[in-house]
Write a protein that binds this ligand. Structure first.
Ligand code: PLP
Length: 385
Protein backbone atom coordinates (compact mmCIF):
# COMPACT_ATOMS: atom_id res chain seq x y z
CA UNK A 1 0.00 0.00 0.00
CA UNK A 2 1.43 3.41 -0.90
CA UNK A 3 1.87 5.93 1.88
CA UNK A 4 -0.85 8.19 0.54
CA UNK A 5 -3.35 5.33 0.19
CA UNK A 6 -2.61 4.30 3.77
CA UNK A 7 -3.28 7.85 4.94
CA UNK A 8 -6.47 8.10 2.92
CA UNK A 9 -7.65 5.00 4.75
CA UNK A 10 -6.76 6.58 8.11
CA UNK A 11 -8.81 9.66 7.15
CA UNK A 12 -11.83 7.51 6.37
CA UNK A 13 -11.55 4.73 8.93
CA UNK A 14 -9.84 5.99 12.12
CA UNK A 15 -12.27 5.37 14.99
CA UNK A 16 -15.01 3.84 12.83
CA UNK A 17 -16.91 1.03 14.58
CA UNK A 18 -14.88 1.45 17.77
CA UNK A 19 -17.78 2.31 20.10
CA UNK A 20 -18.03 -0.25 22.88
CA UNK A 21 -21.25 1.07 24.45
CA UNK A 22 -23.65 0.63 21.49
CA UNK A 23 -21.54 -0.54 18.58
CA UNK A 24 -22.13 2.80 16.85
CA UNK A 25 -20.29 2.76 13.53
CA UNK A 26 -19.86 6.55 13.49
CA UNK A 27 -17.93 7.55 16.62
CA UNK A 28 -20.46 9.22 18.92
CA UNK A 29 -20.33 12.89 19.87
CA UNK A 30 -19.60 13.20 23.58
CA UNK A 31 -20.64 16.63 24.81
CA UNK A 32 -20.30 16.03 28.55
CA UNK A 33 -17.99 18.49 30.26
CA UNK A 34 -17.27 16.09 33.11
CA UNK A 35 -16.85 12.36 33.65
CA UNK A 36 -17.72 10.22 36.68
CA UNK A 37 -14.85 8.79 38.71
CA UNK A 38 -14.99 5.01 39.13
CA UNK A 39 -14.32 5.55 42.83
CA UNK A 40 -12.25 7.60 45.24
CA UNK A 41 -8.94 8.56 43.57
CA UNK A 42 -9.95 6.42 40.58
CA UNK A 43 -10.51 8.69 37.57
CA UNK A 44 -11.37 7.14 34.21
CA UNK A 45 -9.60 7.94 30.93
CA UNK A 46 -11.33 11.34 30.92
CA UNK A 47 -12.20 13.60 33.83
CA UNK A 48 -12.84 17.13 32.44
CA UNK A 49 -13.38 18.20 28.83
CA UNK A 50 -10.99 21.17 28.88
CA UNK A 51 -8.19 18.63 29.41
CA UNK A 52 -9.50 15.73 27.37
CA UNK A 53 -12.68 14.63 25.57
CA UNK A 54 -13.37 11.46 23.54
CA UNK A 55 -14.61 13.32 20.43
CA UNK A 56 -11.79 15.87 20.46
CA UNK A 57 -9.13 13.26 21.25
CA UNK A 58 -10.26 11.11 18.31
CA UNK A 59 -9.88 14.12 16.01
CA UNK A 60 -6.41 14.81 17.46
CA UNK A 61 -5.40 11.18 16.98
CA UNK A 62 -6.60 11.23 13.36
CA UNK A 63 -4.78 14.47 12.48
CA UNK A 64 -1.60 13.22 14.19
CA UNK A 65 -1.69 9.98 12.20
CA UNK A 66 -2.27 11.88 8.94
CA UNK A 67 0.71 14.14 9.67
CA UNK A 68 2.91 11.31 10.97
CA UNK A 69 3.41 13.00 14.36
CA UNK A 70 3.61 11.86 17.99
CA UNK A 71 0.23 13.44 18.71
CA UNK A 72 -1.84 16.58 18.27
CA UNK A 73 -3.52 19.23 20.37
CA UNK A 74 -6.86 20.41 19.00
CA UNK A 75 -7.63 24.03 19.78
CA UNK A 76 -10.39 26.55 19.11
CA UNK A 77 -8.96 28.20 15.97
CA UNK A 78 -5.99 28.31 13.65
CA UNK A 79 -4.82 31.43 15.47
CA UNK A 80 -4.96 29.56 18.80
CA UNK A 81 -2.78 26.88 17.14
CA UNK A 82 -0.22 29.49 16.08
CA UNK A 83 -0.31 31.02 19.58
CA UNK A 84 0.13 27.60 21.20
CA UNK A 85 3.38 27.13 19.29
CA UNK A 86 4.46 30.67 20.23
CA UNK A 87 3.97 29.68 23.89
CA UNK A 88 7.22 27.67 23.61
CA UNK A 89 9.17 30.95 23.35
CA UNK A 90 10.68 32.85 26.26
CA UNK A 91 11.40 36.57 26.51
CA UNK A 92 14.89 36.41 24.99
CA UNK A 93 14.08 33.84 22.32
CA UNK A 94 14.13 34.88 18.68
CA UNK A 95 11.45 33.79 16.23
CA UNK A 96 12.09 33.91 12.49
CA UNK A 97 8.73 34.35 10.76
CA UNK A 98 7.90 34.70 7.06
CA UNK A 99 7.51 38.30 5.90
CA UNK A 100 4.51 37.25 3.81
CA UNK A 101 2.59 35.03 6.24
CA UNK A 102 -1.17 35.09 6.80
CA UNK A 103 -2.19 38.57 8.01
CA UNK A 104 -3.61 37.30 11.31
CA UNK A 105 -0.39 35.41 12.08
CA UNK A 106 1.61 38.53 11.30
CA UNK A 107 -0.59 40.62 13.62
CA UNK A 108 -0.30 38.10 16.48
CA UNK A 109 3.48 37.78 16.24
CA UNK A 110 3.98 41.54 15.98
CA UNK A 111 1.68 42.14 18.98
CA UNK A 112 3.44 39.59 21.20
CA UNK A 113 6.86 40.90 20.09
CA UNK A 114 5.80 44.45 20.94
CA UNK A 115 4.63 43.31 24.40
CA UNK A 116 8.10 41.81 24.97
CA UNK A 117 6.96 38.16 25.03
CA UNK A 118 9.75 37.18 22.60
CA UNK A 119 11.88 38.69 19.83
CA UNK A 120 10.78 38.30 16.21
CA UNK A 121 12.20 38.98 12.77
CA UNK A 122 10.00 38.84 9.67
CA UNK A 123 12.24 37.49 6.94
CA UNK A 124 11.88 36.75 3.23
CA UNK A 125 12.69 33.04 3.48
CA UNK A 126 13.54 32.93 -0.22
CA UNK A 127 16.27 35.54 0.26
CA UNK A 128 19.50 33.70 1.03
CA UNK A 129 21.37 36.63 2.60
CA UNK A 130 18.38 37.66 4.74
CA UNK A 131 18.10 34.08 6.02
CA UNK A 132 21.81 33.87 6.75
CA UNK A 133 21.66 37.09 8.74
CA UNK A 134 18.62 35.84 10.69
CA UNK A 135 20.18 32.44 11.46
CA UNK A 136 23.36 34.13 12.67
CA UNK A 137 21.26 35.56 15.53
CA UNK A 138 20.62 32.04 16.89
CA UNK A 139 16.82 31.78 16.60
CA UNK A 140 14.87 29.43 18.88
CA UNK A 141 12.03 28.86 16.42
CA UNK A 142 11.48 29.24 12.68
CA UNK A 143 7.93 29.52 11.38
CA UNK A 144 7.35 28.53 7.78
CA UNK A 145 4.20 28.83 5.71
CA UNK A 146 4.44 26.98 2.41
CA UNK A 147 2.76 27.64 0.06
CA UNK A 148 2.47 31.10 1.58
CA UNK A 149 -0.76 33.04 1.85
CA UNK A 150 -1.54 34.65 -0.60
CA UNK A 151 1.47 34.61 -2.97
CA UNK A 152 2.00 30.85 -2.93
CA UNK A 153 5.74 31.21 -2.33
CA UNK A 154 7.37 27.84 -1.78
CA UNK A 155 9.98 27.22 0.90
CA UNK A 156 12.18 24.11 0.72
CA UNK A 157 11.16 22.70 4.10
CA UNK A 158 13.80 19.95 4.28
CA UNK A 159 16.61 22.41 3.54
CA UNK A 160 15.26 24.92 6.05
CA UNK A 161 14.94 22.23 8.73
CA UNK A 162 18.53 21.05 8.20
CA UNK A 163 19.72 24.61 8.59
CA UNK A 164 17.50 25.23 11.65
CA UNK A 165 18.71 22.03 13.37
CA UNK A 166 22.32 23.12 12.81
CA UNK A 167 21.48 26.47 14.43
CA UNK A 168 19.68 24.80 17.36
CA UNK A 169 16.24 26.06 16.32
CA UNK A 170 12.93 24.24 16.10
CA UNK A 171 10.74 24.53 13.00
CA UNK A 172 6.97 25.00 12.89
CA UNK A 173 5.26 24.59 9.51
CA UNK A 174 1.80 25.95 8.84
CA UNK A 175 0.31 23.25 6.59
CA UNK A 176 -3.12 24.86 6.25
CA UNK A 177 -2.89 25.49 2.49
CA UNK A 178 -2.17 21.88 1.50
CA UNK A 179 -3.32 19.64 4.36
CA UNK A 180 -1.55 16.34 5.15
CA UNK A 181 -3.08 14.87 1.99
CA UNK A 182 -0.56 16.87 -0.06
CA UNK A 183 2.33 17.69 2.32
CA UNK A 184 3.77 16.19 5.50
CA UNK A 185 6.22 18.67 7.06
CA UNK A 186 7.26 16.31 9.89
CA UNK A 187 8.66 13.85 7.33
CA UNK A 188 10.66 16.82 5.97
CA UNK A 189 12.10 17.54 9.43
CA UNK A 190 9.64 19.95 11.07
CA UNK A 191 9.06 19.82 14.84
CA UNK A 192 5.53 21.25 14.77
CA UNK A 193 2.76 21.33 12.18
CA UNK A 194 0.12 24.02 12.52
CA UNK A 195 -3.36 23.79 11.03
CA UNK A 196 -6.29 26.07 10.71
CA UNK A 197 -8.68 23.10 10.57
CA UNK A 198 -11.26 25.70 9.52
CA UNK A 199 -9.90 25.17 6.00
CA UNK A 200 -9.25 21.88 4.12
CA UNK A 201 -9.39 19.50 7.10
CA UNK A 202 -12.98 20.40 7.95
CA UNK A 203 -13.61 21.49 4.39
CA UNK A 204 -17.21 22.67 4.71
CA UNK A 205 -16.84 26.23 6.04
CA UNK A 206 -18.91 25.53 9.14
CA UNK A 207 -16.31 25.16 11.92
CA UNK A 208 -13.50 27.45 13.11
CA UNK A 209 -10.78 25.28 14.61
CA UNK A 210 -7.08 24.59 14.82
CA UNK A 211 -4.52 21.93 15.66
CA UNK A 212 -0.83 21.58 16.41
CA UNK A 213 0.89 18.28 15.64
CA UNK A 214 4.26 17.60 17.23
CA UNK A 215 7.06 15.33 16.08
CA UNK A 216 8.30 14.71 19.65
CA UNK A 217 6.33 13.32 22.58
CA UNK A 218 7.94 15.84 24.97
CA UNK A 219 6.72 18.76 22.85
CA UNK A 220 3.25 17.23 22.76
CA UNK A 221 3.11 16.97 26.55
CA UNK A 222 4.24 20.59 26.95
CA UNK A 223 1.70 21.94 24.44
CA UNK A 224 -1.18 19.81 25.74
CA UNK A 225 -0.43 21.02 29.25
CA UNK A 226 -0.36 24.67 28.17
CA UNK A 227 -3.58 24.29 26.10
CA UNK A 228 -5.30 23.00 29.24
CA UNK A 229 -3.73 25.65 31.48
CA UNK A 230 -4.73 28.53 29.22
CA UNK A 231 -8.05 26.95 28.20
CA UNK A 232 -7.35 26.87 24.45
CA UNK A 233 -8.82 23.47 23.59
CA UNK A 234 -11.60 23.14 21.01
CA UNK A 235 -15.26 22.24 21.51
CA UNK A 236 -16.34 18.57 21.13
CA UNK A 237 -19.07 19.39 18.60
CA UNK A 238 -16.54 21.26 16.45
CA UNK A 239 -14.24 18.23 16.69
CA UNK A 240 -17.06 15.90 15.63
CA UNK A 241 -17.85 18.00 12.56
CA UNK A 242 -14.18 18.40 11.66
CA UNK A 243 -13.63 14.64 11.79
CA UNK A 244 -16.67 14.18 9.53
CA UNK A 245 -15.04 16.61 7.11
CA UNK A 246 -11.71 14.75 7.22
CA UNK A 247 -13.42 11.55 6.06
CA UNK A 248 -13.57 13.03 2.51
CA UNK A 249 -10.33 15.07 2.62
CA UNK A 250 -8.42 13.10 -0.01
CA UNK A 251 -11.05 12.94 -2.81
CA UNK A 252 -12.06 16.56 -2.10
CA UNK A 253 -8.60 18.03 -2.46
CA UNK A 254 -7.78 15.79 -5.41
CA UNK A 255 -10.79 17.10 -7.38
CA UNK A 256 -10.25 20.69 -6.22
CA UNK A 257 -6.62 20.79 -7.33
CA UNK A 258 -7.54 19.37 -10.75
CA UNK A 259 -9.87 22.34 -11.26
CA UNK A 260 -7.27 24.76 -9.84
CA UNK A 261 -4.70 23.62 -12.41
CA UNK A 262 -7.21 24.22 -15.24
CA UNK A 263 -8.12 27.64 -13.88
CA UNK A 264 -4.46 28.63 -13.42
CA UNK A 265 -3.71 27.71 -17.03
CA UNK A 266 -6.78 29.62 -18.24
CA UNK A 267 -5.82 32.75 -16.26
CA UNK A 268 -2.20 32.49 -17.38
CA UNK A 269 -3.36 32.95 -21.01
CA UNK A 270 -5.92 35.70 -20.31
CA UNK A 271 -5.10 39.17 -21.63
CA UNK A 272 -6.52 40.97 -18.56
CA UNK A 273 -4.45 38.93 -16.12
CA UNK A 274 -0.90 39.89 -15.16
CA UNK A 275 0.87 37.28 -13.04
CA UNK A 276 -0.65 33.97 -11.93
CA UNK A 277 0.72 32.55 -8.68
CA UNK A 278 0.13 28.79 -8.73
CA UNK A 279 2.88 26.26 -7.92
CA UNK A 280 1.48 23.89 -10.56
CA UNK A 281 2.52 26.24 -13.38
CA UNK A 282 6.05 25.57 -14.66
CA UNK A 283 6.55 29.36 -14.70
CA UNK A 284 6.08 29.54 -10.89
CA UNK A 285 9.47 30.06 -9.17
CA UNK A 286 8.70 27.36 -6.60
CA UNK A 287 7.44 24.78 -9.11
CA UNK A 288 10.44 22.43 -8.95
CA UNK A 289 10.61 22.37 -5.12
CA UNK A 290 6.82 21.98 -4.85
CA UNK A 291 6.91 19.07 -7.30
CA UNK A 292 9.30 17.25 -4.94
CA UNK A 293 8.04 18.14 -1.46
CA UNK A 294 4.29 18.15 -2.21
CA UNK A 295 2.05 15.31 -3.38
CA UNK A 296 0.07 17.83 -5.45
CA UNK A 297 -0.03 21.55 -6.17
CA UNK A 298 -3.16 22.32 -4.15
CA UNK A 299 -6.31 24.26 -4.90
CA UNK A 300 -5.25 27.79 -3.92
CA UNK A 301 -4.00 30.36 -6.41
CA UNK A 302 -3.65 34.11 -6.79
CA UNK A 303 -3.41 36.44 -9.75
CA UNK A 304 -3.01 40.10 -10.53
CA UNK A 305 -5.67 41.86 -12.57
CA UNK A 306 -4.76 44.58 -15.04
CA UNK A 307 -6.81 47.79 -15.24
CA UNK A 308 -6.42 49.34 -11.78
CA UNK A 309 -8.99 49.80 -8.99
CA UNK A 310 -11.95 50.12 -11.38
CA UNK A 311 -11.23 46.73 -12.94
CA UNK A 312 -10.72 45.17 -9.49
CA UNK A 313 -14.08 46.50 -8.29
CA UNK A 314 -15.78 45.40 -11.52
CA UNK A 315 -14.38 41.87 -11.31
CA UNK A 316 -15.21 41.44 -7.61
CA UNK A 317 -18.79 42.60 -8.16
CA UNK A 318 -19.28 40.47 -11.28
CA UNK A 319 -18.38 36.99 -9.98
CA UNK A 320 -21.44 34.81 -9.40
CA UNK A 321 -20.33 31.24 -8.65
CA UNK A 322 -17.20 32.39 -6.84
CA UNK A 323 -18.26 34.14 -3.63
CA UNK A 324 -16.37 37.22 -2.47
CA UNK A 325 -15.48 36.10 1.06
CA UNK A 326 -12.67 35.49 3.54
CA UNK A 327 -11.34 31.99 4.24
CA UNK A 328 -10.52 29.05 1.99
CA UNK A 329 -10.44 25.29 1.71
CA UNK A 330 -14.18 24.62 1.66
CA UNK A 331 -16.22 22.80 -0.96
CA UNK A 332 -17.40 26.14 -2.37
CA UNK A 333 -15.25 28.42 -4.50
CA UNK A 334 -14.26 31.74 -2.96
CA UNK A 335 -12.47 34.82 -4.18
CA UNK A 336 -10.70 37.22 -1.82
CA UNK A 337 -8.99 40.57 -2.28
CA UNK A 338 -6.08 40.19 0.20
CA UNK A 339 -5.22 43.91 0.50
CA UNK A 340 -8.70 44.79 1.80
CA UNK A 341 -9.67 41.46 3.34
CA UNK A 342 -7.38 38.63 4.56
CA UNK A 343 -4.23 40.78 4.80
CA UNK A 344 -5.73 44.13 5.82
CA UNK A 345 -4.43 43.48 9.37
CA UNK A 346 -0.82 43.57 8.13
CA UNK A 347 -0.88 47.25 7.31
CA UNK A 348 0.08 48.86 3.99
CA UNK A 349 3.84 48.97 4.62
CA UNK A 350 4.18 45.27 5.49
CA UNK A 351 1.94 44.35 2.55
CA UNK A 352 4.18 46.30 0.23
CA UNK A 353 7.27 44.53 1.54
CA UNK A 354 5.51 41.17 1.09
CA UNK A 355 4.56 42.04 -2.50
CA UNK A 356 0.80 42.02 -1.89
CA UNK A 357 -0.64 44.68 -4.19
CA UNK A 358 -4.13 46.14 -4.58
CA UNK A 359 -4.40 44.32 -7.93
CA UNK A 360 -4.08 40.87 -6.35
CA UNK A 361 -6.97 38.38 -6.07
CA UNK A 362 -6.84 35.01 -4.35
CA UNK A 363 -8.99 32.05 -5.37
CA UNK A 364 -9.96 29.06 -3.27
CA UNK A 365 -11.14 26.56 -5.85
CA UNK A 366 -14.03 24.39 -4.72
CA UNK A 367 -15.84 21.30 -5.93
CA UNK A 368 -18.20 22.84 -8.49
CA UNK A 369 -17.86 21.61 -12.09
CA UNK A 370 -14.69 23.23 -13.45
CA UNK A 371 -16.46 24.27 -16.68
CA UNK A 372 -18.88 26.34 -14.59
CA UNK A 373 -16.04 27.91 -12.61
CA UNK A 374 -14.20 28.83 -15.82
CA UNK A 375 -17.39 30.30 -17.31
CA UNK A 376 -17.88 32.42 -14.19
CA UNK A 377 -14.33 33.78 -14.29
CA UNK A 378 -14.68 34.40 -18.01
CA UNK A 379 -17.79 36.56 -17.64
CA UNK A 380 -16.39 38.37 -14.56
CA UNK A 381 -13.13 39.21 -16.38
CA UNK A 382 -15.15 40.44 -19.35
CA UNK A 383 -17.19 42.65 -16.99
CA UNK A 384 -14.03 43.95 -15.28
CA UNK A 385 -13.66 46.62 -17.97
N1 PLP B 1 -2.82 29.99 9.08
C1 PLP B 1 -3.16 30.23 7.79
C2 PLP B 1 -2.19 29.88 6.70
C3 PLP B 1 -4.39 30.80 7.49
O1 PLP B 1 -4.72 31.04 6.20
C4 PLP B 1 -5.28 31.12 8.56
C5 PLP B 1 -6.60 31.74 8.28
O2 PLP B 1 -6.91 32.10 7.16
C6 PLP B 1 -4.90 30.86 9.87
C7 PLP B 1 -3.65 30.29 10.09
C8 PLP B 1 -5.79 31.21 11.02
O3 PLP B 1 -6.83 30.27 11.14
P1 PLP B 1 -8.24 30.57 11.82
O4 PLP B 1 -8.96 31.53 10.94
O5 PLP B 1 -8.87 29.21 11.90
O6 PLP B 1 -7.98 31.14 13.17
Amino acid sequence: MTQSRARQTVAVANGIASDVAFGAVTPPLVLSTTFAFEGFERPRAFDYTRLGNPSRNLLADTIAKLEGGAGAVVVASGMAAVDLVLSTLGRDDLLIAPHDCYGGTYRLIAARRDKGHFRAAFVDQGDESALEEAFAQKPALVLVETPSNPLMRIVDVAALCTRAKAAGAQVAADNTFLSPALQQPIALGADFVIHSTTKYLNGHSDVVGGAVVTAARSDLDALASWANTAGLTGAPFDAYLTLRGIRTLFPRIEAQQRSAQRIAEYLHDHSKVGTVYYPGLPTHPGHAVAAVQQAGFGAMLSFTLKGGPEAARGFANAVRLFTLAESLGGIESLVAHPATMTHAAMGAEARKRAGIGDDLFRLSVGLEASDDLLADLDQALAAAG
